[in-house]
Design a protein around this ligand. Structure first.
Ligand code: TXE
Length: 483
């Protein structure tokens, strides 16, 4: 069966079809998806613009009910949707079900936020006047998402957009249309009026350009690569749309000399290789103080060797495949560049399982320098490098020596060191004794510099992007004063 696009409340075919391939077994076609063309993307934007006229005046409670229903269905179907996610993206089942639960929780959270969107009432500096500061929907929002969190990232963009009265055109990443379709189907059946949520599956250049360049689009929220992010920013700003970008990371995890090494190994293993390392918050630079370096590397490498690479849905697998052939090539290319630049590479070879899949043994690159290519650019795979430093001060300097600024972590027993690190590291999210990847859904997510642009995502801070502020002055006494 071909999965269709949702435009103005109708499920419609496209200009072509594309198979959704399972990275654990490339013979397995998960689903087939109609590909929207530029005209259809334009229609979707037009439908969202028309639907805005009534949707924006619905009450927060009406919107809350719909989001709550959608969140409830996602949570009820967590095993089935988790299986779909693992099958199309390659996360292990445990990780995939966890992500689906996260998506359900996000819809529930924003169901609450929809009825909590109060403003401020303040006294004017002029006698007799009242000043009200209220929030309004920003308008038509284009939601452009990556493949690495196929349901949680769409959820954390679409749920707040709808909660605050906006309409949405949603374009998922090419490798993961299955979860996007399932989410659109759930929302469609949860009671959204036609045109409030539109799904256009298709190429970044064709569909994406329409979603960023159309003057009917008021805001664009994007997660993906730094290069495409720059393009999205320019296209959206050409017509003064609001923009929110989440892009890459080169996140440091500092292993301090006073750390609990067992904990440091657990934190590094999960942060570097969890979700096959395909997370913008992955700990890709392990900055290790020399007094604990050798023991840490030795134990981390033993733990790395214990990871089981295999089919995402097979019992016992702890690392699923890389998402597709292009990403696998990118990972292998960076590993070979690191080798040429002098790294000692542990692992990092393709794994033959007897099944055609994109399997890569997690790679630990030892003896790297912070100036090496692999420590400057995002790899986005199960590849972590180790940088040896003399002490905490050098560790902090190395941690901050990057163009990115998303997440940073430290493993230490010292409250003083942890407090200093939290204050001085240049990152939007700081983790002490926990992996750099793995965040709560009710607090802000985002970073600075090349990692993020615009207001934060998630939690109550999401309101900043999805609403605009109106200040109203009222002289209810028509110049006659209150008394
Ligand atoms: O990202 P893209 P992809 C990095 C990571 C990965 C690389 C490529 O290094 O290897 O990016 O992944 C849409 N106008 N990250 O291809 O290309 C595209 O269709 C509008 C890091 O997934 O940036 C998809 O929906 N949209 C990152 C989305 O943009 C366009 C997470 C992201 O695609 C477009 C993902 C255009 N002209 C990838 N061109 C992280 N750090 O979290 C493409 N798109």
């Amino acid at each position: 069966m071909i999965r269709l696009n949702l435009i103005d409340g109708e499920w419609v075919g496209g200009a072509g079809e594309r198979p959704n391939i399972n990275p654990s077994d490339t013979r397995d076609v998960v689903s087939t998806h109609a590909q929207a063309n530029g005209d259809q993307a334009r229609q979707a934007v037009g439908a969202a613009s028309a639907a805005l006229k009534t949707w924006r005046w619905t009450t927060g409670f009406q919107r809350s009910e719909i989001l709550d229903r959608a969140g409830g269905e996602i949570l009820r179907r967590q095993d089935e949707l988790g299986d779909l996610l693992a099958r199309e993206e390659g996360k292990t089942l445990r990780e995939a079900v966890g992500e689906v639960v996260r998506a359900g929780q996000i819809f529930k959270f924003f169901a609450g936020e929809a009825v909590r969107s109060g403003g401020d009432h303040v006294d004017s500096i002029r006698p007799g006047l009242d000043v009200d500061i209220s929030r309004e929907p920003v308008g038509v929002v284009s939601v452009i998402t990556p493949w690495n969190f196929p349901i949680a990232i769409p959820a954390w963009k679409i749920a707040p957009a709808l909660a605050f009265g906006n309409t949405v055109v949603f374009k998922p990443a090419e490798p993961v249309p299955g979860c996007a379709w399932a989410l659109a189907d759930i929302l469609d059946r949860s009671g959204l009026p036609a045109g409030v949520l539109n799904l256009v599956v298709g190429s970044g250049r064709v569909v994406g350009d329409e979603l960023t360049g159309s003057p009917l689009v008021d805001a664009v929220t994007f997660t993906g690569s730094t290069d495409v992010g720059a393009h999205v920013l320019a296209a959206a700003q050409s017509h003064r749309a609001k923009v929110q970008l989440e892009m890459g990371g080169k996140n440091p995890l500092v292993v301090a000399d006073d750390c609990d090494i067992d904990l440091a190994v657990r934190v590094a293993l999960e942060g570097a290789f969890g979700s096959t390392g395909q997370r913008c918050t992955a700990s890709s630079r392990l900055v290790v103080v020399e007094s604990v370096h050798d023991e840490f590397v030795d134990r981390l490498d033993r733990a790395r060797q214990g990871l089981v690479v295999g089919d995402a849905r097979a019992e016992g697998t702890t690392i699923g495949p890389v998402v597709d052939a292009a990403q696998l090539d990118q990972d292998l290319r960076y590993i070979s560049v690191a080798l040429n630049e002098g790294a000692h590479v542990l692992g990092g070879e393709r794994v033959e399982t007897g099944v055609p899949g994109h399997y890569l043994r997690p790679a630990l690159l030892v003896g790297t320098k912070n100036a090496d290519t692999v420590n400057r650019e995002e790899v986005f795979g199960p590849v972590a490098s180790v940088i040896k430093v003399t002490d905490y001060d050098e560790a902090l300097a190395v941690a901050n020596d990057t163009e990115f600024g998303l997440a940073a972590g430290i493993v230490t027993r010292s409250l003083r060191t942890a407090t200093h690190f939290k204050a001085h590291v240049r990152a939007g999210m700081v983790m002490v004794n926990v992996p750099t990847a793995g965040v709560d859904f009710h607090v802000p997510f985002g970073g600075s510099r090349a990692s993020s642009y615009g207001p934060r995502e998630q939690g109550s801070y999401a309101r900043e992007f999805y609403t605009t502020v109106k200040t109203s002055y009222t002289d209810a006494f028509e110049g006659r004063g209150r008394a």
